[in-house]
Design a protein around this ligand. Structure first.
Ligand SMILES: Cc1ncc(COP(=O)(O)O)c(C=O)c1O
Length: 414
């Protein structure tokens, strides 16, 4: 038994099986690369579901975290600390908003948004007590808590976890007509991912997000954009909503906000919306802690330069172009994406998403499958073009594509 087999067996014996990880045991990581306990190197094309947008062990982020570790790491919100003000001010500014409510995980930010929208509905909009409705989209992924899975359409995520939290209406993603009929006078919010990540990087039809924006404005409903996976540079802009010129009422942020070092999430909105809270009505021991704020402040500074967004846009169009060529060989039945974020569906003759992920692992590339045939590709935004090309070459190899076939597709497109 080698170290990998031993560690996988121990983990299997002593952990709840809520995941089905690939049999690779990572020991160290740097940039876009991870090294396992056997000393094998892997190109990371998942980036912790976009929590690692700035790469593993990013020097600036690690330095910010180390400096903070020597100062103060936790105060609780019972006291102020000297990183909190700057974190809230700068994050609000990055979002073009006014106030920040910090939490830790993405799902906590979503829970917080549900509470925010309901309280806003009762206190500001005047919805009768207990009647608030939130409209969400089918195939959403907003997290794993009992309330959040109550409005999931994924039976695996829901089964045997009821009773479910009421107050949600689910409509098909991308369908503005259905959204319009679902919104009533008791609707307090529409909660959407501007691109559905876990569903397989589903980009909604052009005009959908502006349509939702118009509808929600017209009907005095909050538009809550869950940018936990799509935000902070991944799509080539700071926020995925920007691609359609949309500014929601509330941004939900997480993942990359913690720089791949600590969990940091936030609800960011106007003073009118987040002003509904009074002391004692919501909170978190760890939310907005000094270490989280120090790392997030560095993340915000990095995003201000625009460098990462530009990289995601440039490398992303290259990635999507190459994947479309691969689709032209018949190996993929669909390619979707925006920025450095793609969802590909493997043609059934070439294996399942899981099988292709395993074959890629054998060749030193790590990805994760979803929904049977789909693989998401979301490298750290710091990946080099050469490494990305090498990763794509491994994908072509596991799908049995030779150079002549690729050339044929390229020639046909010229
Ligand atoms: C859009 C979206 N919202 C919320 C979450 C939940 O985040 P977390 O796993 O940090 O709770 C995720 C996680 O994948 C996500 O993609």
């Amino acid at each position: 038994m080698n170290a990998t087999e031993r560690l996988v067996a121990v983990a299997d014996a002593h952990s709840a099986h809520t995941y089905d990880p690939l049999p690779v045991v990572v020991a160290t990581a740097d940039g876009a690369w991870m090294t396992d306990v056997e000393g094998r190197r892997f190109l990371d094309l998942l980036a912790g579901y976009s929590a690692l947008n700035f790469g593993h062990g990013n020097r600036r982020l690690v330095a910010a975290a180390k400096a903070q570790l020597d100062r103060v790491t936790l105060t609780s919100r019972a006291f102020h600390h000297d990183r909190f003000a700057a974190f809230c001010e700068e994050l609000a500014e990055l979002c073009g908003m006014e106030r920040v409510l910090p939490m830790n995980t993405g799902t906590e930010a979503v829970e917080t948004a549900v509470k925010t929208a309901r309280k806003w509905g009762y206190r500001v909009k005047g919805v009768p007590t207990g009647m608030a409705k939130i409209v969400v989209a089918g195939n959403n992924f907003h997290g794993r808590t009992t309330t959040v899975i109550s409005f999931s359409t994924d039976s695996e995520a829901r089964a045997d976890f009821g009773p479910y939290t009421p107050g949600f209406e689910i409509v098909p993603y991308g369908d503005l007509t259905a959204m319009r009929s679902a919104v009533t006078e008791n609707t307090v919010a529409v909660l959407l991912e501007p691109i559905q990540g876990e569903a397989g990087v589903l980009v909604p039809p052009t005009g959908y997000l502006p349509g939702v924006r118009e509808l929600t404005r017209e009907r005095n409903v909050l538009f809550v954009a869950d940018e936990i996976q799509s935000g902070l540079g991944r799509t080539g802009r700071t926020f995925a909503c920007e691609h359609e010129g949309v500014v929601p009422d509330v941004y939900l942020l997480g993942k990359a906000l913690g720089g791949g070092i600590v969990p940091v999430s936030a609800v960011v909105s106007s003073a009118a919306v987040l002003g509904v809270f009074r002391p004692g009505e919501h909170g978190s021991t760890f939310g907005g802690n000094p270490l989280a704020c120090a790392v997030a402040l560095e993340v915000i500074a990095m995003l201000r330069s625009g460098e990462y967004q530009a990289r995601a846009a440039r490398l992303g169009s290259h990635l999507l172009r190459e994947l479309r060529v691969l689709a032209g060989t018949g190996r993929l039945t669909a390619v979707r994406g925006r920025g450095l974020w793609a969802g590909i569906d493997i043609a059934p003759a070439y294996g399942t998403g899981r099988e292709v992920s395993e074959r890629l692992m054998e060749r030193g590339v790590l990805v994760k499958d979803t929904h049977g045939a789909t693989i998401r590709i979301a490298p750290p935004l710091v990946v080099s073009e050469e490494d990305l090309d090498w990763g794509l070459a491994q994908l072509r190899a596991v799908l049995d594509v030779d150079d002549a076939q690729v050339e044929q597709v390229r020639t046909g497109r010229r």
